[in-house]
Design a protein around this ligand. Structure first.
Ligand SMILES: Cc1cc2nc3c(=O)[nH]c(=O)nc-3n(C[C@H](O)[C@H](O)[C@H](O)COP(=O)(O)OP(=O)(O)OC[C@H]3O[C@@H](n4cnc5c(N)ncnc54)[C@H](O)[C@@H]3O)c2cc1C
Length: 342
């Protein structure tokens, strides 16, 4: 069967990739949207679905997962072919034998496209896993590397592991008093393998001042097993300086040990990098004509890693992708007010 040829393939279904889909739809392009995760939304859905974002134009505050839902609703009219659970492993540039880009994925599938927009964020990310016995078999049930809906932790005893912003933010969120005078979690314990927190100082200070969190520094998990009555977790902690061990009961463990992000295919595909980002010019084009990069993954003189600026880059890339395909078309798309009628 002949492969479908897309006008544009957007790799990365984070907020910036979703907005590129919307604009490509405004330009009547056929669209392929690929992501290695099993849902759209990028970092917003994977890392902080229930946090409020305060710097979106027109929204005094908006919950991350709600912003994703709105972006998806807005993008859907463009009828993209949505290819989730596919990690892109290589982009082959046009050659003598092949006129267009070929996008290869880890499951063996390939797509052909006239243009490519890379909205990869920090790359295909996976949580850094801890190796203590008992963690692996409890993953997603009571051991979490991706945060679950906050209702999961209601009135539960929570162990948070880590010293960065995510660990501190979840500790704070789960332990702070809600308008009803109660915190979400019944109790929160925070452990960190050193005594130096990389998290924002103000958050650590707020946690310490509230005095509601049991904080153990220089502490790691030795092993996890079920409690004697099988209703909770028995976690053996070890102080890594004194080697002193202590046993604790929790209902859930949230591990925030950072993420391993891979952008390896980018270099291998011949794209020019500056540090960990893809170099683009003022129309968001990379060193390979027809491949654009936007959002957190790209860099240029005015780069800010924000959603507000990333979606602007998405509009630029999608419109110049149109010009790449049809050099007689204008970059300016017209106003949505007139395109969509009343
Ligand atoms: C806790 C936290 C709070 C934040 N708060 C704010 C805020 O208040 N305001 C703000 O503007 N920004 C905020 N940010 C930053 C914001 O989330 C990012 O700037 C934004 O997500 C970047 O969007 P993106 O679409 O470029 O990338 P991402 O959201 O990272 O999406 C990239 C997508 O590409 C996919 N991908 C990567 N590589 C591949 C591959 N090889 N194959 C297939 N798919 C791939 C990934 O799976 C991912 O879904 C926050 C970030 C964090 C972590």
């Amino acid at each position: 069967m002949e492969k479908k040829l897309y006008d544009i393939s957007v790799i990365g279904a984070g907020p910036v990739g979703l907005f590129a889909v919307f604009y490509a739809g405004m330009r009547q392009m056929s669209i392929n949207l690929i992501d290695s995760l099993d849902k759209v939304g990028g970092q917003l859905n994977a890392l902080y679905p229930e946090k409020y974002i305060y710097d979106m134009p027109g929204f005094p505050k908006v919950m991350a997962k709600d912003l994703v839902n709105s972006l998806w609703k807005q993008a859907e009219f463009a009828k993209p072919d949505l290819n989730l659970n596919k990690k892109v492993t290589k982009i082959h540039s046009p050659s003598e034998n092949k006129k267009y880009f070929t996008i290869a994925c880890d499951d063996g599938s390939e797509f052909e496209s006239k243009t490519v927009v890379l909205a990869l964020g920090m790359g295909a990310f996976q949580p850094r896993k801890l190796e203590a016995p008992g963690l692996l078999e409890r993953e997603t049930k009571t051991v979490h590397y991706f945060i679950k809906p906050l209702s999961t932790y209601q009135d539960q005893r929570i162990l948070v592991v880590g010293g960065g912003d995510s660990a501190a933010d979840w500790t704070h969120t789960l332990s702070e008093l809600q308008p009803n005078g109660k915190s979400i979690a019944k109790s929160v314990t925070l452990i960190h393998r050193t005594d130096k927190f990389a998290a924002h100082e103000a958050t650590i200070q707020a946690i310490r001042t509230a005095g509601k969190v049991d904080i153990h520094t220089h502490t790691e998990i030795k092993f996890v097993e079920n409690s004697a009555d099988n209703t909770s977790l028995n976690v053996q902690l070890v102080q890594n300086l004194t080697k002193e061990e202590s046993s604790h009961e929790f209902d859930h463990i949230i591990i925030c040990a950072g993420y391993l992000a891979k952008l390896d295919f980018v270099k291998e595909s011949g794209l020019q990098m500056q540090g960990n980002a893809i170099q683009v010019n003022d129309i968001m084009e990379t060193n390979i004509p027809g491949i654009f990069a936007i959002g957190d993954v790209c860099t240029h003189k005015a780069k800010l890693k924000l959603i507000a600026t990333g979606v602007g880059e998405a509009a630029i890339a999608a419109n110049f992708a149109k010009v790449h395909i049809d050099p007689t078309s204008k970059a300016f798309p017209g106003h949505s007010t007139s395109k969509f009628g009343h």
